[in-house]
Design a protein around this ligand. Structure first.
Ligand SMILES: Nc1ncnc2c1ncn2[C@@H]1O[C@H](COP(=O)(O)OP(=O)(O)OP(=O)(O)O)[C@@H](O)[C@H]1O
Ligand SMILES: [Mg+2]
Length: 341
């Protein structure tokens, strides 16, 4: 028997961890701050707050990019530190990791190696397709449902999954997420106003405005650097500018959803048409996004509170339910792993 079981959803923006013993979920930003490129200064939410504010000798690194691990050592250190700060962290535990489907085997194996070869001394590491965990966390009885469409709008990616009878029919990882919206916003403000704002400020604009609420016409004052005078100052950004900046990346996502629906087998598609599209991931918090998607896709869009936690809530259910656990998780060391794919 493992001493504890952890469920891990390693997101580009935030790491979410389910702890079986405590029966609780905790989350921390996927960021690490290093001093002089050698010493760890801070990790998680604390490091995120330092982004764009830190002095030159402190580098703030995001170890994941577009849903996959970009800096393996940093990621391993970050995860190890987070688990250690949890008082109940025990060696010899079991880990269930949610991994994206539409990535290469090498990228998938990196998630596995991250935990298996870390100082956590894992007793065993099992993986589960992220789209399946997402659907379970959304509250869907995936074993019996014949057509499920999950659109997870995350911090670095948008993952689209079509499921039927407990299995993945199709999956696509679109490399457009929150950070791309934010850089589009910062880019347009720069272009339009000759004013430089940072990523965190762009994120604030996106979060605080009801971007899709067409009835409002508000403005928000933000701090940044005036590119003409070169001095730090403030400017008013109207909601229309933020809306315009988000249009293109959002259309990419809508286009991907449409083309996925077009390729869906007819029987499964009938199920999806009856059930609607399930919206998950942190961007799903944006007010009015579901209405926008409904109008542009022509299908009902369903939402839940705290959509960013769907995957980890799904992991929680998988860890607590023996049938799910047996059917949906697997080890990459299994002899027949290759044949499962
Ligand atoms: N309440 C909110 N309102 C608006 N946006 C939000 C809210 N909460 C989170 N977000 C945005 O959601 C994104 C993070 O979503 P999520 O936690 O699902 O991503 P992730 O799982 O870390 O990334 P990925 O799945 O792409 O690897 C961020 O861009 C963040 O700004
Ligand atoms: Mg995610």
């Amino acid at each position: 028997m493992a001493r504890n079981v952890y469920g891990l959803d390693l997101g580009t923006y935030e790491i979410k961890i389910f702890d079986k013993k405590k029966d609780s979920i905790w989350r921390e930003k996927n960021v690490i701050a290093m001093k002089d490129k050698r010493y760890i200064f801070s990790v998680g939410d604390e490091a995120y707050e330092m982004y764009e504010k830190a002095p030159d000798n402190i580098q703030v690194v995001f170890p994941m990019k577009n849903g996959v691990i970009a800096h393996f050592d940093d990621m391993q250190y970050l995860l190890g530190t987070l688990l250690k700060t949890d008082r109940h962290f025990v060696r010899g535990s079991e880990y269930v990791i949610a991994v994206p489907t539409d990535v290469t085997e090498v990228e998938k194996k990196a998630f596995y190696d991250l935990v298996f070869h870390s100082e956590a001394r894992a007793k065993s590491v099992r993986i589960v397709e992220r789209g399946l965990a997402d659907a379970i966390g959304f509250g869907i009885d995936i074993m019996n449902e014949k057509g499920v469409f999950i659109a997870n709008f995350g911090g670095g990616t948008t993952e689209l999954s079509v499921l039927s009878s407990g299995g993945m029919v199709m999956n696509r990882l679109v490399k457009t997420g929150g950070e791309h919206f934010d850089s589009a916003i910062a880019g347009l403000v720069r272009h339009n106003r000759d004013f430089l704002i940072g990523r965190l400020t762009a994120e604030r604009l996106r979060r605080e405005f009801g971007v899709f609420d067409q009835s409002t016409d508000s403005r928000l004052t933000v701090a940044g650097r005036d590119l003409i005078t070169g001095v730090p100052s403030q400017t008013d950004v109207p909601i229309s500018l933020v809306r315009a900046a988000m249009k293109e990346p959002l259309e990419d996502c809508v286009h991907a959803i449409r083309s996925m629906l077009d390729r869906t087998p007819p029987d499964v598609r009938r199920g999806i048409e009856a059930n609607g599209i399930c919206l998950t991931g942190g961007i799903g918090n944006l007010k009015g996004l579901s209405t926008y998607l409904e109008e542009s896709i022509g299908l009902p869009v369903l939402t839940v509170p705290s959509p960013e936690l769907c995957v980890v809530r799904g992991l929680q259910k998988i860890i607590q339910n023996k049938t799910y656990y047996r059917r949906l998780t697997y080890s990459m060391l299994d002899e027949d792993y290759r044949w499962l794919r």
